[in-house]
Write a protein that binds this ligand. Sequence first.
Ligand code: IYR
Length: 228
Amino acid sequence: MNEHDTLPYHLDPLPDEAAIAHARALAARLRERRTCRWFSDAPVPRAVIEAAIDAAGSAPSGANHQPWHFAVVSSPAIKRAIREAAEAEERRFYGVDSDDPKAGAEWLAALGPLGTDADKPFLETAPWLIVVFAQRKGGIEEDGQTQNYYVNESVGIACGLLLATLHEAGVATLTHTPSPMGFLRKVCGRPEWEKPVMIIVAGRPAPDATVPAYALRKKPLTQIASWL
Ligand code: IYR
């Protein structure tokens, strides 16, 4: 293949009725996704995680540089190290040992309905932690120098595809964002030009898992879309 070659692109059109039915079916399926904060230690096959990352890697990206890396953690020792470092940051964030939470009053109030706190047992309980890194530099060859473009947008889309694929496979997920999360680079042995973006926790919900009712409040289509 030469860099400037083109190839034909065909996408079989669906009849309108089928297109609408397919789109609605997938939307209904994705509507069932919940952020899960209570995981069991039940195993999930590695092949499921591999397929989800494969789906993520199909995302569109700036200049097709694919500026993402997924460090997949199942080692109990590494999961423990991540939990310990994350909880230390979260204790500062939530002000567990002080009267001066880093989060500030407004942020803490916004999190109130979600019921989150500094304890993150799921970082050890869940079978898989997918630590997502954004490559600020590197290009398609990952040389660590070439400029990358629209990195946040590209990685965000990839994470969306990953979450959708795991949900389709019946795997529960949590997008966890310890703050700050620079420690993840060291724990996962990633280079300095990569920025940790989030941890996607993946596994089976605990038998007594709950979700906050507030999280079910979704903005309706009439509010999130305008038609011009
Ligand atoms: N990183 C913290 C806080 C947190 C922040 C937001 I914005 C959330 O939507 C959820 C949590 C934590 O994980 O608890």
